[in-house]
Design a protein around this ligand. Sequence first.
Ligand code: TXA
Ligand code: MG
Length: 350
Amino acid sequence: MNTIYETVDPADIDMTVIRKAGDIVSDGGLVAFPTETVYGLGGDALNPESSRKIYEAKGRPSDNPLIVHIAEFDSIYDIAADVPLEAKLLADKFWPGPLTMIFGRKPSVPLETTGGLDTVAVRFPSHPVAREFIKASGGFVAAPSANISGRPSPTSGRHVMEDMDGRIEMIIDSGECSIGLESTIIDLTSGVPMILRPGYVSERMLKSVLGEVAKDPAVFGTAVSGQPPRAPGMKYRHYAPRGVMTIVSGDADDVISYIRGKIDSRTGGERIGVLACSQDVPGYEGADIVVDMGRTDNEIETASRLYDALRRCDGENIDVIYSEEFDTPELGMAIMNRLIRAAGHNIIKV
Ligand code: TXA
Ligand code: MG
């Protein structure tokens, strides 16, 4: 397939491109588009054939449900069976924005879109290009992150090209995503609202609206072993770079000297990459690549650089990656959730 590549300026949206993209989706095709979190791989959420194509293009297991993206709040009533008061409170505060809510599913949403579940995940993104694209596509766009299943999520048009060129009808490039981590997911279908995936909308922010909030123990590390996560996607290996990755945890000086030791004592042609906060970058001289993850007091900078850092290591054919910990106050939970998965839970305490 020949993939059409279009650049759209969010400050001056070219509606001819948006209309073309909308027509592709309405005809059952797939278009990758920017959001404030990561790029999405969009298809018509109400067309089961489109959802099948999404799974195929990503190489994703079809029991892993898709998020339905809307461009106005009232669309929720066409796809969600019941909309509790909590949803309205959360929407008032965080929509449009990087929050996904889970509701009971209306029959209008095919089971192909929800991975066979009787619930539906709904997100109203804030990115202006995403909003115009969703409207032009009929108002309901199913979209997972636009990466090949298992790879780091795409946060730029170039990342999408790397994974999706030749697999989908069109890519809309609007530059880098401002947040760079997928939306927070909260389940509103049973009892106390439960966070299924951490994101930019933090536990503290959710509690400020809802009071009580639970966290899925299978995702946040206190799991009784064997209990599956409630967001099916969280059980798969994810965000993985090609190199073997280790997170090194401890006091800054100890972390630097541990990783330095690995760089200095390497044998053979092993290529080493390091993910470090700006302050520590000079300490890793001799590594094949040192990715500057931003200053520790600029959390959003660290979040938005993470997936690009993993892809850059792949681009440099890095065999072994060491990462510092980025346990920052507000976004730390979301950043470390992705980093730990990328490292396949490989963490060393020094
Ligand atoms: O920021 C985002 O949410 C991005 C952009 C494109 O909007 N999308 C995204 O989609 O991250 P995806 O497919 O990569 O991740 C969706 C996650 C998966 O872990 C999936 O299992 C979970 O949401 N999910 C979707 N529907 C669900 C449902 N009904 N119940 C539980 N989990 C659900
Ligand atoms: Mg994904």
